[in-house]
Design a protein around this ligand. Structure first.
Ligand SMILES: [Zn+2]
Length: 326
């Protein structure tokens, strides 16, 4: 469970290893990136690597210090997160008190602040005071998926490391290593959009439902079921529809498009992303033109990037459908 066990983000690992090697790990770090890409895991590996009894640029995971940190039993390594909706000043005060004291057992104290954007104002100000006079024995690692909600004065005092979503292929590999069947691993990696934690924590039945939903959507686009089914599901029932759901549906829909294109071009069936839909897909070969599939793929991409930009969901849904309709 050293750095190599954190999937993806090779650039961040390289920077951290180099800092460890030079014995220059910054006292204040800010890890930002989309939720679930492994920032917290990386922070804990770093906490172990800083304190490891055997290695200097990684965590051995076997010495008593590494083991204690992994088991959250080392009093010098803290994880702080929101209590209710916020991270409060009392939490920061307690951290401040500890941060200036020499570590009890480890070489360095490490404070990992999860969802740092949830610090309320007094808590942020209190943290700022610590960052202005960084304690010698302590490292503070802030984690956030919303860096724009963090005070710029805090950001400027931290070394900022940007995490990127984990690639589908990396997620698939990891799931297979963890014993997931190949086919399942491939499908999960399609749906989670780079969120490693979600990949490991996902409910298979829920994914199957989502796939059925996406299949119905796909059929409606091909004119097999007409627009009413689509509009009922997506345009009019939006209140219960969250963005993430629609994004997943589009991701699966794209995979159906790619599969159908593969079949139409007499590609290798073993490469199907949805082998269990093979028969159903073959039945559509005649009905769908390659051109239509390309359209569908590019529109899905466009909508997914629109979702990221927080555009109005209803508008995106309707425009996707109207662009795809004949
Ligand atoms: Zn160790």
């Amino acid at each position: 469970m050293g750095f190599d066990d954190v999937v993806g983000n090779a650039r961040v690992k390289k920077i951290l290893r180099l800092a460890l090697q030079k014995n220059r790990v910054p006292n204040s770090l800010l890890f930002c990136g989309p939720k679930g890409v492994g920032e917290k895991k990386m922070a804990f590996v770093l906490a172990r690597a800083i304190n490891c009894e055997r290695e200097t640029t990684d965590a051995c995971e076997q010495c008593s210090t590494c083991v204690a940190i992994s088991g959250r039993r080392l009093p010098d390594v803290w994880e702080i997160g929101p209590e209710g909706q916020e991270i409060k000043i009392d939490q920061m005060r307690a951290m401040k008190q500890a941060a200036y004291l020499r570590p009890m057992v480890a070489r360095k104290r490490v404070f990992i602040v999860d969802e740092a954007e949830k610090m309320n104002e007094p808590a942020s100000n209190s943290l700022l005071k610590i960052l202005e006079e960084p304690p010698l024995f302590s490292h503070i690692i802030l984690l956030t998926s919303n860096p724009h909600l963090i005070l710029s004065t805090i950001k400027s005092r931290c070394q900022v490391l940007q995490f990127t979503p984990v690639g589908k292929e990396d997620i698939r590999k990891l799931l297979v290593e963890k014993g997931y069947p190949e086919e399942k691993a491939r499908i999960i990696s399609l749906v989670v959009r780079g969120n490693m934690e979600e990949a490991l924590d996902t409910d298979w039945e829920e994914i199957q439902n989502k796939r059925e939903e996406a299949w119905a959507f796909f059929l409606s686009l091909l004119g097999e079921r007409g627009s009413s089914a689509f509009l009922n599901t997506y345009a009019f029932a939006q209140r219960r529809l969250i963005r993430e759901d629609f994004e997943k549906t589009l991701e699966i829909l794209s995979s159906f498009c790619r599969d159908l294109m593969l079949l139409k071009e007499r590609g290798e069936p073993a490469l199907l992303l949805n082998p269990d839909y093979g028969t159903k897909l073959r039945a559509l070969e005649e009905a769908a033109s390659l051109e239509k599939m390309w359209d569908c793929l590019s529109q899905a991409e466009r909508v997914i990037s629109g979702l990221d930009k927080n555009l109005n969901l209803g508008l995106l849904v309707s425009s996707f459908y109207s662009l795809m309709g004949d």
